[in-house]
Design a protein around this ligand. Structure first.
Ligand code: FES
Length: 139
């Protein structure tokens, strides 16, 4: 299967530059005791279905990709491709994620490899949505 939905040129793919950005408001989330708590009011990037942000540093043991899918459900994933460790992006209009590198390994929302050179799934984290608060459980 070849996903066509993510526009990345060959240089972006060689360098492993993802399409998904960090939240513009760096104070919109915090990590402690194995949990990320994110304030959706401060992350407009996640308001619409199809939106996504990547969360990094601030003591996180792993990079995390958070997406708002086409059904209005939030998902969180370990943001590290099972092939070479590059970052992932949601595929617009499709319930899948794709590695930003040349190999384009593609995964479903259960973390299973659908195509590409990756031979291991990605971790999927539990997400609880309560009002404007998302809690992502890394443990
Ligand atoms: S690092 Fe993802 S396909 Fe190679």
């Amino acid at each position: 299967m070849e996903s066509q939905g993510i526009k990345r040129n060959i240089f972006q793919r060689i360098l492993g530059i993802p399409a998904t950005d960090l939240p513009r408001d760096a104070h919109s989330w915090a990590f402690s005791n194995g949990r990320i708590v994110l304030d959706l009011e401060r992350v407009p990037e996640l308001k619409k279905p199809g939106g996504a942000v990547r969360l990094e540093k601030k003591g996180l043991p792993e990079r995390v990709l958070v997406i708002h899918d086409g059904e209005g459900v939030f998902h969180a994933f370990r943001n590290r491709c099972g092939h070479g460790g590059r970052r992932l992006d949601p595929v617009p209009g499709d319930p899948s994620l794709q590695c930003c590198s040349v190999g384009k390994s593609t995964y479903d929302h259960a973390g299973t490899v659908l195509s590409g050179p990756a031979n291991s799934p990605i971790a999927v984290y539990r997400v609880d949505a309560e009002g404007a608060k998302l809690t992502i459980h890394l443990e």
